[in-house]
Design a protein around this ligand. Structure first.
Ligand code: C2E
Ligand code: CA
Ligand code: CA
Length: 855
């Protein structure tokens, strides 16, 4: 066992980890930050309080000063009045009312100009001789008005008379502070007045400091809301004034409190700053802590490495036994010297069976011997190769060998069983190149095959024949009998086609019911035709699935390389075109590709894009072919027949473009146009006439037919009963259930349904019974043969009888001669339509016909 170079402290106490150091420094920092924060807050509070108390002190002195100023003003004012010869002459001993009150020398003006509420003159005998209260003369004694004796003030005033000083006092009048001035009335220095020796009269003026006055006084000093103190008003600042006999007056005002305002601004700033600093530090420290933790982790790792080393050997043993791999060793001659226990579990073989034998006797390398491979890799380590061996069940399995050289002793390595993995890989490869259902090559393998074969064939100037085989009428098998049956039919067909090819040829399934066969030439035209005939015969043989006899057929398109095309995609496309022609010419047959086919397809494509444009840009026209009652020759309605006014090709008949519209899905747009134009036109006709519109079987499949018909009726205002829809048997052939549902919904709208081209299909009679038709139209092929053959008249007669039994209106199409009409009349056919009666007419001609018919 290795000795670890990492030594731990002898005491066993672990050194402080970087993590805990980082955590400790975080704590320290937080604590310091808290102290700084607390300090900043207390200092701010301290300064704020200082500011507030300074403000308070200033306020107090201002309050005192304002009262003092008021007192001084009062003193000065009264002094002017009292130490004045005129006043002595008119107020002392006898009061001259004229002088004092009327001419406002003493009294009213004190109130009006200064707001002093009361002015008294108190005579030498201390009696009030004159009083002006709130600017009005009143006979009231000063003591009575004031509610207290005034002798003391009068005496004080007289005492100050010689010095021409006045007495003032701050007193309380029913709880309101008031400034009182008392001044002796003396002639002062007036030489025209001689003073008597009686006690001087005294004037007494009261300035009551009511709330309004206090407020004004304060405002003059810049203090707001100065008032008498209210108890428990903590928001205000206080000042105390000392009045007469030590009476205290508590005043208060609305304090500005700058300190408090400062705190409101500063405190949040302090908090914010602290939070930011804290946040930033926290992020930094967290990073440090993480780094520290990593450091601690590595320390921990180092510490643990010793123990880990101790465990590794036993773990290796465990792993060796637990894994699916087995471990082997050989000497340098390739003799097996060691196999781990897993060997027996994986291979089922006895170790002893292998030990001591040469490894090359036991395993096979795809290209050579394992020992040679081991030796060639001498010096390299961990190279891998795959080899196979036989297990206890004699199954060949695959192992992936990893090996390294162990000096001169030999080789050692692991063997991983990869049999399943390789199987899965093979399966995926197979699936990616085969059709699961039939087991035939798929399109991707066909493409690869074609590419390589075409190259070789071209080089060897050999021909390749491609046959595209498409099943006819396979869709109904799937739809009617279910997909499981469809799958079995496809499997069977695949097997039958495969019977026809030689080993060097290929058959691939490239689509739902489409197969491609590639046959290498040289092979003559007749031989190919024989092959096609054989293929179709084989495919047409009845297929039995779950006691059901299933018949399918096939059409084949053929393209030949290098004659038709030299490249795979073209060859595929051409055989497809040939297939299309084969199908168009009646199915169950084959066609060789020729250049004209391509031209026809190109032509069709052009027509398709022209048609798309035509529908949108009003190139379609409607013609109307009238239908007549045979018994009296009355017109009963008309069939709408679409035309295409092609800008280059002229007026095209529907046969030239309806199939294209059906193949490309344009039929819905075309059908909509026809439906709307026909209904709009018919809504202008006399009420008795109906309009008959042809509906393609594709319109039944595309869905929304009922909604479209309803919309057309609503849009044009045509009564539903005046609309007849002509449908052909193919509607019911393709999906009978769906057709029945739709027809019932159409009947519910109120429209009529007629079966068109009756007699050309196979089982029209049964359909007539089970579908809600109102009428049937006998195909013109029957009518055109009338007169030539008696059986046709018999058939028509039978159909008419059937129609009557089912309450259907029977119409004969293709009435071309008078004879036709006569014969139809003789068998009591209801209605007729044909060139003899009227050709299809354009809108204007039809209107004209209507006019003449009505007159
Ligand atoms: P159809 O429904 O059998 O229409 C009657 C066809 O027979 C019309 O040919 C009409 O011109 C022709 N015809 C009428 N009377 C006589 C006669 O006395 N002798 C002969 N030989 N032919 C006569 P058209 O207009 O070329 O229409 C051909 C087919 O195109 C129609 O056969 C119908 O299946 C289809 N079609 C016409 N218009 C529309 C349409 O708007 N929508 C759909 N889906 N198909 C239409
Ligand atoms: Ca028709
Ligand atoms: Ca018809």
């Amino acid at each position: 066992m290795l000795k670890s170079s990492f030594t731990s402290p002898a005491s066993g106490a672990r050194p402080a980890s970087s993590t805990s150091l980082a955590q400790a420094s975080l704590v320290t920092f937080c604590a310091s930050l808290a102290v700084v924060f607390a300090l900043a807050v207390s200092l701010s509070l301290y300064f704020a309080r200082g500011l507030d108390s300074t403000e308070q002190a200033q306020g107090q002195s201002l309050v005192q000063k304002s009262i003092e100023a008021e007192r001084r003003l009062l003193q000065l004012t009264i002094k002017d009045y009292s130490f004045w010869g005129e006043a002595y002459r008119h107020l002392h001993l006898t009061v001259d009312m004229e002088w004092a009150y009327v001419r406002e020398n003493f009294g009213p003006a004190l109130y009006d100009d200064f707001g002093y509420q009361a002015a008294f003159v108190i005579g030498p005998s201390n009696r009030s001789v004159y009083a002006v209260i709130d600017g009005k003369y009143e006979t009231v004694a000063a003591a009575d008005w004031l509610g207290r004796p005034v002798d003391e003030w009068v005496a004080a005033a007289r005492g100050l008379a010689d010095d021409e000083k006045v007495f003032t006092a701050l007193t309380s009048l029913a709880g309101t502070p008031a400034l009182v001035v008392a001044a002796a009335i003396t002639p002062s220095t007036d030489p025209t007045v001689q003073a008597d020796d009686r006690l001087p009269s005294v004037m007494l003026v009261v300035n009551r400091l009511d709330p309004q006055r206090l407020e004004t006084l304060g405002a003059n000093m810049g203090l707001q809301g100065v008032r008498m103190a209210r108890p428990n008003d903590a928001t205000a600042a206080h000042a105390s004034l000392t009045g007469e006999h030590g009476t205290a007056f508590d005043l208060q005002w609305d304090a500005v409190r700058p300190g408090r305002q400062m705190i409101i601004v500063v405190l949040p700033l302090i908090v914010l700053t602290t939070l930011i600093i804290f946040g930033m530090t926290w992020v930094m420290l967290r990073r440090n802590t993480r780094a520290a933790r990593a450091l601690d982790g590595s320390h921990e790792l180092l510490r643990n490495s010793q123990a880990a080393l101790a465990q590794s050997e036993s773990r290796f043993r465990d792993v060796a036994e637990a894994s699916s791999d087995w471990i082997w060793e050989t000497d340098c001659d390739g003799r097996v010297t060691y196999l781990s226990d897993r060997f027996e579990a994986v291979t089922g073989l006895d170790k002893a069976h292998w030990l001591g034998t040469c490894i090359d006797e036991r395993v096979d390398l795809p290209d050579g011997s394992l020992l040679a491979w081991l030796r060639s890799n001498d010096g390299h380590c961990n190279l891998t190769t795959e080899c196979s061996y036989v297990d206890v069940h004699l199954h060949r399995r695959t192992a992936r060998i990893a090996a390294r050289t162990i000096g001169v002793q030999g080789f050692r390595g692991t063997a991983t069983d990869v049999t399943e993995e390789i199987e899965a890989r093979r399966r995926v490869e197979y699936l990616s190149r085969h059709d699961v259902l039939t087991g035939l090559p798929n399109r991707s393998q066909l493409r690869d095959y074609l590419e390589s074969r075409l190259e070789n064939a071209l080089a060897a100037s050999q021909s390749l024949i491609m046959l595209t085989i498409d099943l006819d009428r396979f869709k109904p098998v799937n739809d009617l009998l279910g997909h499981a049956t469809g799958d079995r039919v496809l499997y069977e067909i695949g097997a039958r086609i495969r019977q026809c090819v030689r080993s060097q040829d290929i058959v691939a399934r490239v689509g739902g019911d489409e197969f491609v066969m590639v046959v290498a030439g040289p092979i003559g035209h007749e031989e190919i035709e024989a092959l096609c005939r054989r293929l179709i015969e084989l495919i047409e043989q009845v297929i039995e699935v779950d006691d059901q006899d299933i018949h399918v057929s096939a059409s084949i398109g053929i393209a030949v390389s290098p004659g038709d095309a030299a490249h795979a995609p073209e060859l595929l496309r051409y055989s497809d075109i040939a297939l299309y022609e084969a199908k168009a010419s009646g199915r169950g047959t084959w066609r060789f590709y020729d250049g004209d086919m391509n031209a026809r397809i190109v032509e069709r494509r052009r027509l398709e894009s022209d048609l798309r444009y035509a529908i949108k840009h009003g190139e379609l026209r409607l013609h109307y072919q009238p239908r007549f009652r045979i018994s009296d020759g009355q017109m009963v309605g008309a069939e709408a027949l679409v035309r295409w006014q092609h800008p280059q090709r002229g007026l095209l008949a529907p046969d030239a473009f309806i199939p294209i519209a059906e193949d490309t899905g344009l039929i819905t747009a075309l059908g909509d146009w026809v439906m709307n134009a026909a209904c709009r036109q018919a809504s202008q006709w006399p009420e008795a006439l109906f309009i008959s519109v042809n509906v393609s079987s594709k319109e039944f499949q595309n869905g929304q037919l009922v909604e479209r018909v309803k919309a057309a009726l609503q849009r044009t205002g045509l009564t539903a009963a005046r609309l007849e829809l002509e449908v052909t048997e193919s509607v019911m052939l393709e999906d009978a259930d769906n057709a029945l549902t739709l027809m019932r919904a159409l009947k519910a709208l109120g429209v009529r349904l007629a079966m068109d081209d009756f007699g050309t299909g196979y089982s029209s009679l049964s359909y007539l019974r089970s579908f809600p038709f109102d009428g049937l139209k006998i195909d013109r092929s029957f009518v055109s043969r009338l007169g030539d053959s008696q059986p046709d008249l018999a058939i028509i007669e039978a159909v008419i009888g059937l129609g009557r039994a089912l309450s259907l209106t029977v119409t004969a199409e293709g009435v071309e001669t008078q004879e036709h009409l006569r014969l139809l009349d003789s068998v009591a056919c209801d209605e007729g339509q044909g060139y003899y009666l009227s050709r299809p007419l354009d809108g204007a001609s039809f209107e004209e016909l209507l006019l003449t018919a009505c007159h």
